[in-house]
Design a protein around this ligand. Structure first.
Ligand code: ATP
Length: 874
């Protein structure tokens, strides 16, 4: 089959001719034909800007004032003959840039892999079989099946469908959804916005069900023609990164003062300009935690990979951080807190109760259950016993099958349909068999009952009087109280042109069916975990309040149950006032969800909200963390969400919150560690002249400590496991400072101790007539060892740093061992000695350095012990 001629006006052809021209018939292309077409037209992708080349990313690492200053100072040193310093500065800068480059690439690769997990999928029919494939594999001629909430994966001609509407704002600017038809249009020249039998790539189906034949893919689509090259979506900074930037700027100010001081002081004592300059710049590098934002990105990205492994795919970096502060999780019930696997357990029909639990075949209910077989979108394959479709519908269909109530094959033809919507909470179909028409309805009993005026009995319909209504309501309450989802089935004879949107009335109630949907194993435990962690869980469901309340109790959720109707009577202020006490929101619509999120936000909560329906997108966008269902959710909800659950499981949300807490914790640890080193280095250099001592470190040593020594343990902190009690504390406030004042004061204390001990060693060892090189080597080594011990202080809060958790991070121990080995090389290896201006140290000198370095940990442990003592004795 030749590929279709370009420029065909597909909207002019009727459905049959479109299928014929594209060679797909009603069964779709064969896999071989699809593969052949893909060969000739390529993948169905819009052109993207090529990623930045590797060399540009590498050069970016030098676009940083400090690095440039360092290079300039190194070159200046070289010019005045200090070539060793120049070479080392160059090497260190290069090393730093390579590290930055590697981190950026790694984070990029990880994010790319996560994006691929969220790649768009499309449901196609090929050779008569429906399957879900990656949208980029679509070719012209493919039959694509779409439903409300799907993003259209390519351009196509609508050949079959019900009530299809599409939001084409992204293409035509038209803000209202456009109603679509399968009819051919009668002109060639029709503007895009009026091609009402076509669907266009990247627009969204907002209503109905559609079958389209793909007419154009990738760059040949209308979107491909107008779209400028798509930028790979850039990420802004996360709040934590912003605050770290702020911290960095403040430190830069302090550093600038110190550097100026060093410059003036150095020049005043007559040291060579180039040397003074290099010291000053090296100090600036040491003082400013310029590596922080990069480390944060990598840590967040690592966390995203870990979360993806557990079924939570994060779509925005900032979400990882926000997750850690989550204080309320609003969760759907069906499929998230429960398994979403429904079984019909019992029912009420023909004025009697029926049990469906065993294997017995329900007898005499053929006509009572008939609407369950007709009014459905689910499909049963009698040969294999497999069923596809919504779990509620599948359960009803299986019941109808057992009761022999399925429609005769081939008898009924669907004339019209009103799909289920969570607003109306019911579904209706109109079917005809040539002679008669039948209107069938199923849905929430409170909605369906309003449309009924008669009740099916053994002898036929009888009027639905007040007494019967009350009996039915009591049944509903009773079944709901046992956590069953109750569905009402109703029907009546109809005419072929009935309007299902407005004409649903005068129905006969056939049956009430109670469906069981067991809680997910682990959901109750996760809710208990949330309670311990100060996170409130709220259930938000379309189900009836009695059913929802019963399921909530089974899950251990206590609190007020409120329905959507109650919400309608509350003002926003009132809702915000009461929202804390409400645990279950039942019979809510997607609009209610938005109000609930806003009320929670007004109370200062960080809210995670789950959703799957098309209309949930607004609520997800409003929530701090929108959580979409990967399996049951629509494209639109997934795109609005910050996180997508691949398994639709509530426990995954809680796991992700825990992971978010770990990550934020680890970033904070890193900041503490890095900052105390910076303070220590600054104070040592600043206090030296005040104590009548020379600058304790050479510029190369400063760079060594800051870049080579500090880097590996800091990176290893990203892998720290959860600390004990992490999920037994209330959530960290969104605006909580990274470093509260008390912690800042302690960091200053650590830095001061490092500086004083380093200078003390210099003074003691470097007294009159003693070996100054040895003294500086010892001071240098002491400072490095301080970092080794101080990392343990950075890892903990008020608890001891020496508990079992001290051993928990293997990577950290490797990093520390690496540092010690490198320091030994810097001190004992001849060529390194020349670079670092060091000399061999004896065992006693090493022991002193270790003892002094350890003091920062020992003193802090003693302080904590002293604080604990009064509590222990009381
Ligand atoms: P959530 O997932 O938020 O817990 P839900 O899935 O229970 O909500 P909806 O899907 O909005 O909520 O269903 C609301 C009500 O509509 C149900 O209680 C049920 O009575 C009825 N219902 C659900 N699915 C169908 C369906 N396929 N056809 C007809 N009625 C349905």
């Amino acid at each position: 089959m030749p590929p279709p001629e370009p420029g065909t006006f597909w909207h002019r052809l009727d459905a049959a001719e479109t299928r014929a021209r594209l060679g797909c018939g009603t069964e779709g292309l064969s896999e071989d034909e699809a593969a052949a077409r893909r060969q000739s037209v390529g993948f169905n992708r819009l052109p993207e800007k090529p990623p930045r080349p590797a060399w540009a990313v590498f050069l970016d690492q030098f676009r940083n004032l400090l690095t440039l200053m360092l290079l300039a100072a190194g070159l200046a040193a070289g010019l005045v003959g200090d070539t060793t310093d120049m070479v080392v500065v160059l090497a260190v800068t290069l090393f730093n840039a390579t590290l930055g480059y590697a981190q950026e690439r790694r984070a990029g690769r990880m994010l790319g892999a996560l994006k691929a997990m969220l790649a768009q999928k499309a449901r196609v029919r090929r050779a008569g079989t429906e399957s879900v494939i990656a949208a980029e594999g679509l070719v012209p001629g493919d039959l694509v099946l779409l439903k409300a909430g799907d993003r259209v994966p390519a351009d196509g001609r609508l050949v079959d469908g019900q009530d299809v509407e599409a939001d084409e704002a992204s293409l035509t600017g038209e803000s209202e959804p456009v109603a679509k038809t399968t009819q051919a249009l009668d002109r060639d020249a029709v503007p895009l916005a009026e091609r009402v039998n076509m669907l266009f790539m990247n627009t969204v189906v907002t209503r109905g069900r559609a079958e389209m034949v793909v007419t154009a893919t990738g760059p040949a689509t209308e979107m491909g023609k107008v779209a400028a090259l798509l930028d790979a979506a850039g990420e802004g900074q996360t709040p934590l990164q912003e605050r770290l930037d702020q911290l960095g700027r403040r430190l830069s100010l302090i550093a600038a003062v110190v550097v100026a001081f060093v410059l003036v002081q150095g020049l005043a004592t007559g040291e060579p300009l180039a040397q003074v300059l290099l010291t000053a710049v090296a100090l600036a590098v040491a003082a400013i935690p310029e590596g922080l934002p990069a480390v944060v990105t990598v840590t967040l990205a690592l966390g995203m990979v870990r979360m993806a492994g557990r079924g939570a795919v994060i779509r925005r970096l900032a979400a990882v951080e926000t997750l850690g502060s989550t204080s309320v999780i609003c969760s759907d019930k069906t499929g998230t807190l429960t398994l979403g696997r429904m079984t019909a357990l019992e029912g009420w029909a023909l004025e009697r109760a029926h049990a469906f639990a065993g294997d017995d075949r329900p007898v005499g209910l053929e006509s009572a259950l008939a609407p369950a077989g007709l009014c459905t979108e689910a499909r049963l394959n009698p040969a294999t016993g497999e069923a596809v479709g919504d779990p509620t519908e599948v359960a009803l269909l299986r019941l109808a099958e057992r009761a022999g109530a399925l429609p005769e094959p081939g008898r009924w033809r669907r004339l019209a349909e009103r799909p289920f919507s969570s607003d109306a909470k019911l579904m209706a179909t109109l079917d005809g068999d040539g002679a008669a028409c039948l209107l069938s309805v199923k849905g929430a009993p409170d909605r369906v009952l309003d449309l009924c005026d008669s009740l099916l009995t053994e002898t036929g319909p009888r009027p639905l009087d007040e007494e019967a209504r009350q009996a039915i309501a009591a049944r509903m309450e009773e079944m709901g109280g046992r956590a069953l989802r109750v569905i009402a089935l109703a029907a009546r004879p109809a005419s072929p042109d009935e309007d299902l949107a407005t004409g649903l009335k005068g129905l006969t109630l056939h049956a009430l069916i109670g469906l069981a949907d067991p809680p997910r194993p682990g959901a109750a435990q996760s809710i208990a975990t949330c309670r311990a962690a100060g996170i409130t869980v709220k259930m938000i469901t379309g189900d009836h309040r009695v059913t929802a309340g019963a399921v909530a109790r089974e899950l251990g959720l206590d609190g007020e149950v409120v329905s959507g109707a109650d919400l309608d009577c509350m003002s926003d202020a009132e809702l915000a006032e009461r929202v804390a006490a409400i645990t279950v929101f039942a019979r809510v619509t997607p609009e209610h969800k938005v109000r609930i999120v806003q009320a929670l936000k007004a109370r200062g909560h960080v809210t995670a909200m789950t959703g799957d329906g098309v209309n949930d997108a607004a609520a997800l966008r409003n929530a701090d963390i929108g959580v979409a269902m990967g399996r049951t959710g629509s494209d639109v909800t997934r795109e609005a969400a910050a996180m997508v659950l691949t398994g639709d499981d509530f426990s995954t949300v809680v796991g992700a919150v825990r992971e978010g807490r770990i990550i934020t914790d680890n970033i904070v640890k890193f900041v503490r560690f890095q900052l105390s080193t910076n303070i220590g280095a600054l104070l040592a250099v600043l206090l030296a002249p005040l104590c009548g001592l020379p600058v304790p470190f050479s510029p190369i040593q400063i760079l060594w400590v800051n870049i080579i020594m500090d880097g590996p343990p800091a990176m290893a902190l990203a892998f720290d496991p959860a600390r004990r009690g992490l999920m037994e504390q209330p959530p960290r406030g969104r605006d909580a400072p990274i470093l509260p004042l008390s912690r800042l004061a302690r960091l200053f204390g650590f830095g001061l101790l490092m500086a004083l001990c380093t200078l003390g060693v210099l003074w003691w060892e470097g007294g009159a007539g003693q070996d100054m090189v040895r003294a500086r080597t010892m001071a240098f080594t002491t400072f490095v060892l301080f970092q080794v011990f101080n990392v343990f202080n950075a890892r903990v809060g008020a608890e001891s740093a020496l508990g079992a958790a001290a051993l928990a991070n293997g990577k950290l121990w490797t990093a520390l061992a690496g540092i010690l080995a490198l320091q030994a090389v810097a001190v004992h290896w001849g060529p390194a000695q020349a670079l670092f201006h060091t000399t061999d140290l004896g065992p006693a000198e090493w022991a002193i350095a270790v003892a002094l370095g350890a003091s920062v940990l020992v003193l802090e442990e003693m302080r904590k012990l002293a604080l604990r003592l009064p509590r222990l004795s009381s």
